[in-house]
Design a protein. Structure first.
Length: 416
């Protein structure tokens, strides 16, 4: 007697994802990055400067708030990924969490807009991270649910393009909206509107109720531990992503203050927007092309290694050429490197997942490599800037960390 076919949600996809589906998922992804990076690039830094108590450095306030949010992100992403794996809604496993996440994120951004103390600011940002990570975990897991291996570089490229456009849009909204409160409200509205086309127009494969794993807390928590001994490729891929993202986070964390305090730009807010736009142009020129090229060659490692080296050179420019032209060149090179890295690393990660039934949870654990640098970067950056040599040393350290991450991709054996 033959076994019954596995439900669609638990099989490896074979049909190529359509353009409409890819576009809608990319738009939803970009909308989430608007909700994150409008605050991270501009609004939180401005709030930190306004709300910092007398005698407390604005850098320390910003580091504390973003670090607390990153801790929440590290927990929320795998948790909501695991919950979406177990969701047996007739609307699918992922769509309910995307909708709930963006609605909650918009509400949290509105709450953050009204924060009048550092504690209120930290609470609001933690809620933003909690809710938007619920949506992001579901969006990330939708790719291995619906996209075959040979198309994941291309789809990862489109998601990466949407990500950087979301960063640009969030930075732009925060800059031109007309104040901190208006900036938060604009980001909140965009976050909801951008996610609606995917939720409303595209079917999400449902998990039959009879196939839903039991939701036991002990088993859920135990599942978050993935043995490096049993899954060494996943461990090396995670470490590669963590180190490259840590180097990038160190480079970007104090960008507004770098322009204001080191380069003495008359309009540092506008300078951040210009650098973000330059970065976006070069990233968009490589992110989709690199994904397609990686799919055609069937190789991932050379692209990740090359991207890491380019990003190392860019960060080194911020350390050694502390001028406005140097910052422009660094932004352009960071865009080239991060564009290649974003699309190809995502495809590589989906190829080292242990099991189809736990894609959301496993990708959530992998995404800790995106969130943990947001915790580690402030811890490293604040004392370096204030006591250990300033921005030149900070960017030198960032370059070294990123290069180490790029080299470690060669330890992955199961993906070329």
């Amino acid at each position: 007697m033959s076994r019954p076919a596995a439900p669609e949600a638990l099989t490896e996809p074979t049909e190529r994802a359509g353009r409409g589906w890819t576009a809608a998922l990319s738009l939803a992804n970009g909308a989430i990055w608007v909700g994150w990076y409008g605050p991270l690039q501009i609004l939180l830094a401005l709030q930190a400067a306004e709300l910092a108590p007398p005698g407390t450095a604005k850098e320390s306030v910003l580091a504390w708030v973003t670090g607390a949010g990153a801790v929440v992100s590290m927990v929320a992403n795998p948790l909501f990924g695991a919950l979406s794996d177990r969701t047996a809604s007739r609307f699918g496993r992922r769509s309910p969490w995307i909708l709930a996440g963006v609605l909650g994120g918009a509400g949290a951004l509105v709450l953050l807009a009204g924060a009048g103390t550092v504690a209120g600011m930290a609470l609001g940002w933690c809620l933003v991270q909690l809710t938007l990570n619920a949506a992001f975990a579901a969006i990330t897991a939708a790719v291995p649910d619906r996209v075959p291996y040979g198309q994941r570089g291309a789809v990862g490229g489109w998601l990466g393009a949407a990500q950087i456009l979301g960063v640009v849009a969030g930075t732009g909204l925060a800059t031109v909206a007309g104040g901190v409160i208006a900036g938060y409200l604009a980001c909140a509205g965009f976050t909801v509107l951008g996610a609606l086309p995917y939720v409303l127009l595209h079917r999400d494969p449902a998990l039959p109720a009879g196939r839903r794993p039991a939701l036991r807390l002990r088993a859920l928590l135990a599942g978050f531990r993935i043995s490096p001994r049993r899954h060494p490729d996943l461990a090396w891929a995670w470490l590669t992503r963590f180190l490259i993202n840590l180097g990038n986070a160190l480079a970007l964390l104090y960008l507004l203050y770098y322009l204001r305090d080191v380069l003495h730009r008359p309009d540092p807010d506008g300078g951040v927007l210009v650098l973000t736009a330059v970065n976006a142009v070069t990233l968009l020129g490589t992110v989709v092309v690199a994904g397609f090229w990686s799919d055609r060659t069937g190789r991932r490692q050379p692209f990740v290694l090359g991207a890491g080296v380019i990003m190392t050179v860019a960060t080194g420019l911020l350390a050694g050429w502390q001028t406005w032209p140097g910052a422009l060149c660094a932004a352009a090179l960071l865009g080239v490197g991060f564009g290649v890295f974003t699309s190809v690393d995502f495809a590589l990660m989906t190829q080292v997942l242990p099991a189809a039934a736990d894609r959301g949870k496993d990708l959530g654990v992998i995404n800790i490599a995106n969130a943990l640098p947001q915790v580690a970067a402030p811890v490293l950056a604040a004392p370096i800037v204030q006591h250990l040599g300033g921005y030149r040393v900070l960017y030198g350290v960032a370059a070294g960390i990123g290069l180490l991450g790029a080299l470690l991709v060669r330890r992955i054996r199961g993906v070329a």
